[in-house]
Write a protein that binds this ligand. Structure first.
Ligand SMILES: C[S@@+](CC[C@H](N)C(=O)[O-])C[C@H]1O[C@@H](n2cnc3c(N)ncnc32)[C@H](O)[C@@H]1O
Length: 310
């Protein structure tokens, strides 16, 4: 498969300009995907520069490894979740990191590959696991979670106004027959929501289930916090998010790490505890230019935020 049909990397120039300050040292691409960002990072780095590439999806690991064979001596690829960030980075022998990139969500390949079950536009099994070795899949969430839990997920992770009635409709449909495919779920939503709101509702329902299956928000919090810990002073953190729940976590995490701790506690805490750990480089997020959205419509919701370790 061509690299361009696997995934087109977004905000490429913007990512490089925030991420790379020193052309030597070790960088981490925590969401390797098709290796698009990784390739341009490696091209920018000098011979002494190294890149560690991580992805939870073995297809991404295999594709990016083969795409980047020319950089073998400067690249380490690991199938891993970014919730294990610190452990994996230390297993790779890296002591301090110059820059970390998180390009969140899923790749175009993952969305378009029917077997993965991420898209409501394809007739796919209810799966949605990034990591195929994981036990929990969309099939269990949809068929085994009780109505209250389903409703909570649709509300919390999909910000879906009709969470309760949708959860009730799912439970009623599955009492007649197990929901096996994405289309089975689409039919339940169609039974409740008019044509005008159908696509947006389906997008929210599928997003919510995907977030639950992959514990996306919890993993993001852990990954960001561990990445901040391992960055060298002056090292850069760049995060590209694609929906408001992710972006909120990125914004709040950076803000908290950039804040001086509560001064009312200053007499009880040692001075080191009161120091900010990050300097925010993007006061407002950076989004794609119109020209990028025209050539790659999937970039339209991208929001890039960057910070520097103090
Ligand atoms: C948008 S794609 C990255 C595309 C990549 N930047 C490129 O240029 O091809 C996001 C990737 O992150 C991976 N991913 C998402 N959440 C992850 C997590 N918690 N741990 C590891 N990888 C994750 C997905 O499997 C997917 O391959």
């Amino acid at each position: 498969m061509q690299a361009s049909s696997y995934h087109t990397p977004v905000l490429l120039e913007e990512t490089l300009s925030f991420l790379i300050k020193s052309k030597c040292g070790v960088y981490v691409d925590a969401t390797l995907g098709g290796g698009g960002h990784a390739e341009v990072i490696l091209r920018q780095l000098e011979q002494e520069g190294r890149l560690i590439g991580l992805d939870a999806d073995e297809d991404a690991v295999a594709f990016a490894t083969s795409r980047l064979t020319g950089y073998q001596d400067r690249l380490i690829v690991r199938k891993s979740n970014f919730r294990e960030f610190k452990t994996v980075v230390s297993e790779c022998g890296a002591e301090g990191i110059e820059g970390v990139l998180f390009d969140l969500g899923v790749s175009s390949y993952q969305l378009d590959e029917p077997a993965k079950g991420f898209s409501f536009r394809l007739d796919s099994p209810l799966d949605m696991r990034l990591d195929r070795t994981q036990v929990l899949s969309a099939r269990e969430v949809v068929n085994e979670y009780d109505e209250r839990r389903l409703s909570e997920i649709l509300w919390k992770y999909g910000e879906e106004q009709q969470a309760r009635s949708l959860a009730r409709a799912i439970v009623s449909a599955r009492s007649i027959r197990t929901l096996e495919s994405g289309k089975d779920l689409v039919r339940v939503v169609e039974g409740l929501v008019g044509d005008r709101f159908l696509i947006k509702t389906l997008a929210r329902v599928f997003q919510a289930i995907r977030i639950e299956v992959n514990s996306e928000l919890e993993n993001l919090k852990i990954g960001l916090s561990e990445a901040i810990d391992v960055l060298n002073p002056g090292g850069r953190l760049v995060v590209i998010s694609y929906h408001s729940l992710e972006d909120r976590i990125v914004k709040e995490t950076m803000k908290a790490a950039a804040a001086t701790s509560d001064t009312s506690l200053s007499k009880f805490l040692p001075p080191a505890t009161l120091q900010p750990r990050l300097r925010i480089l993007t006061k407002k997020f950076v989004g794609p230019k119109d020209s990028e959205i025209r050539t790659n419509p999937r970039a339209r919701s991208a929001k890039l935020r960057a910070a520097e370790k103090i």
